[in-house]
Design a protein around this ligand. Sequence first.
Ligand SMILES: Cc1ncc(COP(=O)(O)O)c(C=O)c1O
Length: 427
Amino acid sequence: MQKLTTQAEWAERARAVLPAGGFGNFDPSIFIASGKGARVRDADGHEFVDFLIGSGPMLLGHGNAEVEEAVLRQIPQGMTFFANNTAGVELAEEICRAVPCAEQLRYVSSGGEADMYAMRLARAFTGRDKIVKFEGGYHGMSAEAQMSLAPETLVNFPQARPDSAGIPASVAAEMLIAPFNDLDFIRSLLDEHGDTVAAVIVEPLQRIIPPLPGFLQGLREETQKRGILLIFDEVVTGFRFAYGGAQEHYGVTPDICTLGKVIGGGFPLAAIAGSAAIMAHFDKSIVGADRWLMQLGTLSGNPVAAVAGLKTLEILRREGQYAALRALGQQVMDMTGNALDAAGIAHRIVGDQTLFEVVFTAAEPRNYRDVLMADGRMAARYNQALRAGGIFKSPGKTYPCLALTAEDLDLTGAAIAAAAQSLAGEG
Ligand SMILES: Cc1ncc(COP(=O)(O)O)c(C=O)c1O
C-alpha cells in the first residue's frame, strides 16, 4: 500500500516554499484534505466538526449537493471570460433585490479588495480624503485597512498606526481612528474634522462585538448630516445575519456596503454596492474622467463563482433557513455558557447567534481594548482543548453552519464540556 504523506511531512515541505510555512491564513500545522457537511478531515485522517467553514463562506456546509451541481453544470461551459457573463448579471440582480443599500454593484475577487474600492469610491464621491475607521475593525489588507487593525501598542485616538510594515506615513495621516461603540467620540471627532471626512467605515458587528443599541443609527445620523458616506463592511454579515445582511437585521441602511464570503458560494467573489448615484463613479460617461474610478480585475464576476453564489442565495431564501441557523448557533452558545458556568470560569459569549466567540472576562466587551484586556492565555488553552476534542475553529470566531447535524452537536457539546473541565482543572 502506498504510504500517505503525514501532516508533519507536509508542514516541512510547506516551510521550504511558503513563508511562515503557509498561506498566511491559519495555523500552518494543519492541512485539510476534505470537507463534507459540517465536517472536515485533515491529511492525517482526523475528523473535526467545522466551525471555521472556510472563514465564513460555507454557510451551507461543505459539498452542498445543489451548489455542486450548479458548479459542475457551469464548468464545461467555461471557467472565466473577463467579459460580462449572464450568471454574474443574475447574481447582481438578486443581491440588489436583497440588500437595502444596493441599487448597483461592482464585482471584485476578495472582500479586502471590495473594502479598498469602497473607501476610494467614497473619496471620489465626496471629493474629501479622510476615512474614519474603528480600532480593531477588519477590512482586509489595503494600506488603509491596516491602520490600528489589532494594535498591541495603544496610542491616543484618533491617531492611526499601521499594523504592517511597508505602509507610508502619508496613509496614516489620512485616517482617523475611533473606539467602537462610542458615539460621543464620533460626534466630537466629526465636529472637528467632518468637512474633510469622506467616509466612516464600520463592521456592523465588529469582529464579534455587537453594536450597542443606537450606535449604528447614531453613525447613520452623524454621517448623513455632514455629507459623509457610511460604509458597512458586510463581508462577514452579508447574507449571514439575515438575507439582507446586517443592514436588514439592525434596520440601518448605509450608503455603501461591501460583500464577500457567502455570495461566492465558496469561490472567490466579492462586491461593492450602493446607490446608482454613488456607483456612477465607476461610469466615466456619467461622471467624467476626473471623477471616475478605474476598476477592473481578471476574475471579477467569475461565472463559476457566480453560479455557486446564485444557488447558495436560492437555498438561503427558502423558508426557515435563518431561523434554523440562529437556532443552531444558540444551541452552541448555550452549550458553551453552561459548560463554562459549571466549571466556574468567568466568561462572556460575545456576538450574534450566526457568529460569536467566548471571551474570558467578567465584563461585557464593548470595543477592541476590552477584548484585549481579556484573558488571552485562557482562550488559547480553551481553543487547544477544543481542537483536541474534535472541533475545528479559528481562535477568534465560531461560525455555525446550516449543515450541523444532531450528531455534530453531540460531539461539539462533549468537546466543549471537556475543554471547560480541563480549564477548571488547570486552574
Ligand atoms: C469584515 C471583513 N472585511 C473584509 C474581509 C476581507 O475579506 P477577504 O479575506 O475576502 O479579502 C474580511 C475577511 O475575513 C472580514 O472579516
